[in-house]
Design a protein around this ligand. Structure first.
Ligand code: AMP
Length: 396
């Protein structure tokens, strides 16, 4: 990680604008998953303890550039006050208006203001220069700790630096941790390096499959994606999800794997069902899937095959469920992979989104080395794409 962090600058008495990722699930005003909030605490606490004036900003949901109180960050402010910061944290009802300015002007070292949802302004996602300049009012030092949005070039993630309004721009601790874990795995993995990719569509993951094939020793493909590969191998897939327009591509990827002498493993058996339902009839098959049946999870022999690879690995990256893990009947494959990750001595990284949710739900989360807070950002990083929210930060 060659980017400066908050430890490389003197923050005492300075206004530090911290882009965090507080895009948390909220139901009836209650936050139902605190992961992203707790992940931001080390940075906030460090800044507070070192006498910075901390201005937090984030997006929440997709309010489409207009004020929509359904997406207000107020519940997050209440939670932060109640659980961690008490009266040292204030909430501003606007982002660039008079309330925000007043509260920021009144900040004392060690105090915090959380601004309202950045995406109440369309200018945030449009990366408008004047909006970046307004944000820069809060900013002697700009800190990006929102890895989950680092793949977007928005005003608060990149524009504020790229337009020259925030010459001092550093990473927070969460950003640093993400870049170290993901960066080390990609650039300097201990081998054998195994990656497991699951999920629904090959088309979403072409880039990452292509790039990981060059880095890993073994690539395991599960989830619905596997059926496109099985079809490319001439197997019938019944009514499983299969992208027929990607069959040629799947063939090319398998050819690439064999040219590079990489192992590309597909499920050798599947749990198939006669409907996309938890109440469907289900059975295990090897090879062809009969008409009228669809594969909704990997079978026990595949679990064994994949588990062995994971147990013998030194680095493992997992992204995407191996089956329809939302339905109890078809969650076994995904849970078994989560279990294997918890048992291996390898460095284990879970790419965000569904796989993060699955490993938490299965109770193995505390046994893996790193659970990424990014979804799209993690995939883009693994694909080797430059992340605008990272490249704009000051080099060491
Ligand atoms: P993605 O967003 O591409 O990672 O896909 C995640 C989704 O893939 C989850 O909602 C899973 O239910 C779904 N999925 C995984 N395996 C299958 C399968 N065999 N058939 C249908 N959907 C699947």
């Amino acid at each position: 990680m060659n980017k400066k962090t908050i430890k490389d600058v003197d923050v005492a008495g300075k206004k530090c604008l911290v882009r965090v990722d507080f895009n948390v699930p909220i139901s009836n005003g209650e936050i139902t998953d605190m992961t992203r909030i707790t992940a931001a605490l080390p940075t906030i606490n460090y800044l507070k303890d070192h006498g910075a004036k901390v201005i937090l900003c984030s997006h929440l949901g997709r309010p489409k550039g207009a004020v929509d109180l359904k997406y207000s960050l107020r519940p997050v402010a209440e939670k932060l006050k109640k659980e961690f910061f008490g009266d040292s944290l204030k909430f501003s009802i606007d982002v660039i208006g008079s309330d925000a300015r007043l509260k920021v002007d009144e900040l004392k070292p060690g105090e915090i203001v959380l601004l309202e949802n950045l995406r109440f302004h369309a200018e945030e996602e449009k990366n408008e220069k004047w909006f970046c300049k307004e944000l820069a009012y809060y900013c002697d030092i700009y800190v990006n700790d929102a890895f989950g949005t680092a793949h977007r070039a928005h005003a608060s993630t990149a524009g504020i630096v790229n337009y020259g309004f925030a010459p001092i721009a550093v990473a927070g601790f969460l950003m640093e941790k993400e870049l170290e874990f993901l960066g080390n795995a990609i650039e300097n993995p201990k081998r054998p390096f195994v990656s497991i990719l699951g999920g629904a569509k090959v088309s979403d993951k072409i880039g990452v499959i292509n790039s990981l094939l060059e880095k890993v020793d073994t690539l395991i493909i599960g989830g619905a994606m596997a059926y496109t590969f099985n079809a490319a191998n001439g197997l019938s897939v019944g009514s499983s999800l299969c992208e027929t327009d990607k069959i040629e591509l799947a063939k090319e990827l398998m050819l690439k794997a064999s040219k590079l002498e990489k192992k590309l493993l597909l499920p050798v058996d599947n749990i198939i069902a006669d409907a996309f339902s938890n109440d469907a009839n289900a059975k295990i098959v090897e090879g062809n899937i009969p008409d009228g049946w669809q594969g909704l999870d990997i079978g026990p022999r595949s679990v064994e095959l994949f588990t062995n690879e994971i147990l013998n690995a030194k680095t493992v990256i997992w992204n995407g469920p191996l089956g329809v893990f939302e339905m109890p009947k078809f969650k076994n494959g995904t849970e078994a992979i989560a279990c294997a990750l918890s048992k291996t001595a390898a460095t284990t990284i879970v790419g965000g989104g569904d796989s993060a949710a699955a490993i938490k739900a299965s109770g193995y989360a505390s046994y893996v080395s790193h659970i990424s807070t990014g979804g799209g950002a993690t995939l883009e990083f693994l694909e080797g794409l430059p992340l605008p929210g990272v490249i704009c930060l000051n080099d060491k």
